[in-house]
Design a protein around this ligand. Sequence first.
Ligand code: ZN
Ligand code: ZN
Length: 301
Amino acid sequence: MKLNILGCHSATPRTNTNPTSQVLEIKNHMFLIDCGEGTQVQLRRNKIKFSRIKHIFISHLHGDHYFGLIGLVNTFSLLSRETELHIYGPKGLKEVIMLQMKLSKGWTKYPLIFHELTSKHSELIFEDDKVEVHTIPLNHRIYTNGFLFIEKPNDRKLDINAVVEANIDKAYYNKLKQGFDVKNEDGILIDHKKVTWEANPVKSYAFCSDTVYDESIIPLIKNVTVLYHESTFLEKNEALCKETKHSTAKHAATIAKKAEVDTLILGHFSTRYNGYKGFKTEAKAVFNNVLLAKDGISFEF
Ligand SMILES: [Zn+2]
Ligand SMILES: [Zn+2]
């Protein structure tokens, strides 16, 4: 699992800071999460192939999370894309994008499929044989969802020397990997644990931006491998959280601690601050395993 941070700031784009956008690489998928202004430039800068993006998840309709979407959708057209593009986001997103396309007569030649979200409860919005994606209802000024990406349990790993030694037909290798005992060529039942290794542990990623401090998300993100939680402000500016419905670094760390996650990544920094060390210090006082997002870097888990 690899998380590429394209932008991790709030509000307006600036020379050196980009609004929210990230690409999660999980089980051969490249999921684009939020698409602030300049996302396509950041994708190019980070050498992420446009053609590999087939699913885009938009948290909410504040500009710093989706103003880059029409540009990207249009660029895909100019590049003669034919592959389907699925966009998951709040109701209204389709209307906005379609109106812009209608007025420019810029219809896509590739299938553009919107999955509009309205539920206030967590729901499964994507699933295949390897991954599930659920919404995480957040508490912000407008309708907002975070997203939870969960790998499905991995197969056990085959010990190739052991299966040959045990005289097992190749046709049974998949059964063994799935945890079944099988009979070998001599009719003897072989314990799958003797010829396979433990599967890699299942990983998960929760993206929570934008939101005020809200403990109701904790059961949904319990024990995730990585939590990205917004920390727009420092505690000294906590008064701003109430009206803007954002969180501080301390809030994010408290959620991480209560949800017992492995790693917390802080992001969605207000551009009012010059440096970000204060965010880490503030969060670390509550929860130890804290990383700071930064535009253009990636994390592997
Ligand atoms: Zn925002
Ligand atoms: Zn917002």
